[in-house]
Write a protein that binds this ligand. Structure first.
Ligand code: NAD
Length: 354
């Protein structure tokens, strides 16, 4: 076994409990007396339930969390936190709400208690981003890492099937890249493989009309482990490409991840055979091509398969390739423009990787 470094995460995880029953006690463990609850406008009802559960510890709700954390939302949330004299942030929602909590905590140092309602995995990482003048700047720091995470599968029962699928594929992407990361290690690899297995198994049990608690528990458990893989290992081609493509052409985050993943994995396959074997095994397809297995999973779940289906234009492909190679970064296989251009074209058209 090669030498490696493993840094344990500090977050406390409460899995499977009814969030409203444990929320107040968990906030109390963080010393909270005045809790600011964050949510998106659509999830206000959920945030109100948190306020009810927190009782006298609730300071109020800020419901303006939106995708990609615009700097204006961070300023407004900061004003709300100051006015309410908040001493703790409870973020209820998906990656957008948790992202706002992180941006806030980086500035004001308040502890975050996250209650995720999607599978983004953001709650497990200390990575944060803020968008200003159309550019999303990302950073990493201990203040951004939620101190406590409550995973309550019942809160995800109503997450629409189509959103669940792409959010789950987004989580699988974290784990897939964790398996070949430069700073990966055997412990994270265990979590990554189990995360992919749990997420794929949970997603396969969902359908547009059924949403069982058992399946949702599998998905949320998978999201946790996949998030751990993202937190512990550096990102490579897939995440960099998605950041570039979604950011430059204003494409939806989780859908972009779902579409690009099989193609990025196909590109890296020759340079990371052990990771490919583990991905395929986790998908229940031992010995099969990992990229093809990921494509088939997404397609069987009805996910959008081509970037052209989510708003990218043919004329954007060349520009995307140029932007993708402009800033060098580590990847198991060297980043070459021709290969990246071919990858992007296949992702644009939604072809199954060869
Ligand atoms: P999101 O948080 O924007 O949620 C998508 C939509 O689903 C929103 O309209 C939301 O209100 C709704 N929703 C959420 N939960 C629901 C539920 N249970 N039932 C019904 N509707 C629900 O999207 P996301 O994919 O969770 O997160 C995307 C964002 O997270 C991006 O900005 C991305 O950059 C960020 N992200 C960050 C990290 C990190 O480690 N920093 C990791 C992954 C994603």
């Amino acid at each position: 076994m090669h030498t490696f470094l493993y840094t344990a995460q500090q977050a406390r995880v409460v899995f499977g409990s009814d969030a409203w029953t444990v929320l107040k006690a968990e906030a109390g463990l963080l010393g909270a007396r005045k809790v600011l609850v964050l949510c998106t406008a659509r999830q206000r009802t959920l945030a109100q339930r948190a306020v009810d559960a927190l009782g006298e510890c609730a300071a109020g709700i800020f419901d303006q969390a939106v995708m990609h954390v615009p700097v204006a939302a961070v300023r407004d949330a900061q004003d709300a936190a100051r006015t309410m004299q908040a001493d703790c942030i409870v973020a209820i929602g998906g990656g957008s709400t948790i992202g706002l909590a992180k941006a806030l905590a980086v500035e004001n140092g308040l502890p975050i208690l996250a209650v995720p309602s999607t599978y983004s995995g953001s709650e497990m990482t200390s990575i944060y981003g803020i968008t200003e003048n159309g550019i999303k700047k990302t950073g990493k720091g201990p203040r951004a890492l939620p101190r406590t995470v409550i995973y309550d599968p019942s809160l995800t029962l109503k997450l629409p099937f189509a959103v669940s699928v792409v959010s789950g594929m987004n989580a699988i992407a974290h784990a897939a890249e964790g398996l070949y990361a430069k700073d990966g290690n055997p412990v994270l690899a265990l979590m990554a493989e189990e995360g992919i297995r749990a997420m794929a198994s949970g997603l396969r049990q969902l359908s547009p009309n059924t949403s069982s608690l058992a399946a949702r528990s599998q998905c949320l458990y998978g999201a946790w482990l996949c998030g751990m893989a993202l937190a512990g290992a550096g990102m490579a081609l897939h995440h960099k490409l998605c950041h570039t493509v979604a950011g430059s052409f204003d494409l939806p985050h989780a859908q972009t991840h779902s579409i690009v993943l099989p193609h990025a994995i196909a590109y890296n396959a020759p340079a990371a055979p052990e990771a490919m074997q583990r991905i395929a095994r986790a998908l229940g397809q031992d010995g099969v091509c990992a990229a093809g297995a990921l494509y088939d999973l997404a397609q069987s779940l009805g996910a959008p398969m081509g970037l052209q289906d989510i708003g990218m234009r043919d004329s954007d492909v060349d520009r995307a390739a140029d932007i993708a190679i402009a800033t060098p970064y580590w990847n198991p296989r060297p980043i070459e423009r021709d290969g990246i251009r071919t990858l992007l074209q296949a992702a644009f058209e939604g072809q199954r990787p060869a």
